[in-house]
Ligand binder design. Structure first.
Ligand code: SAM
Length: 206
């Protein structure tokens, strides 16, 4: 890993993922996590203060980027519950079947190259009755915005650490065998519409 991936990109991602509207999105979903939690693409651990510590036994923080794990260190040192790093991508979750009560996915599905394989892995490690909590951005419902998303995406991806702005989050979840129990959507305020459409909710195994 080079200087850019270890030091510059983690700062850019941490700052882009810590805007006020994005923190509000986190508030809507992260406190619902309970038990043994797998957070996929934990990044710089911005979600940690949003967990309800009374309900969380521990968190596995799956994060393939060493630079992001380094950036997360100060937040981990203040955590009220144990956090264990899994330094692998979501396509290779190194946990037993049915290990997690909750899988948390925030602003990460956009970046995972083989999202179908990663979602299959999340389903495998989620206990029967467990919940997948998600807060993601993705394809917009308005055709004109969607057209721009498709046009801009190839270039966006290069500059945004592999992030795609045009993934249809509910469709990907359903196609991977998740049942969506609740779903909310909106354009994030103060963000160019091409990158602003948000999906958040709860899914479980079908
Ligand atoms: C935009 S950041 C979001 C980080 C964090 N989830 C958050 O809400 O702040 C996307 C994260 O996905 C991670 N990532 C990239 N490829 C991945 C993969 N194949 N599996 C899991 N995470 C991945 C990146 O290293 C990065 O930390």
């Amino acid at each position: 890993m080079g200087f850019y991936e270890n030091h510059i990109l983690p700062r850019i991602i941490d700052s882009a993922c810590s805007t006020k509207p994005i923190l509000k999105q986190r508030e809507k979903i992260v406190p619902q996590a309970k038990g043994r939690v797998l957070e996929v693409g934990m990044g710089s651990a911005i979600n940690l203060p949003f967990y309800n510590a009374d309900n969380v036994e521990m968190v596995w923080g799956l994060e393939p980027s060493e630079g992001m794990r380094l950036k997360a260190a100060p937040r981990l040192s203040q955590s009220a519950f144990p956090v264990e790093w899994l330094g692998l991508p979501g396509e290779e979750i190194p946990l037993d079947d049915n290990a997690a009560d909750t899988v948390l996915l925030t602003f990460t599905l956009c970046t995972i190259p083989d999202f179908a394989k990663a979602l299959e892995q999340m389903r495998r490690v989620l206990k029967p009755g467990g919940k997948l909590l998600f807060s993601e951005h993705g394809s917009a419902p308005d055709e004109d915005v969607r057209k721009w998303q498709d046009r801009v995406n190839p270039v966006w991806k290069i500059f945004a650490g592999g992030c795609n702005i045009n993934r249809d989050v509910p469709r990907l979840l359903k196609e991977s065998g998740f049942k969506i129990e609740s779903l909310d959507t909106m354009y994030l305020p103060g963000t160019p519409r091409v990158a602003a459409f948000q999906y958040w909710g709860v899914a479980s195994e079908r």
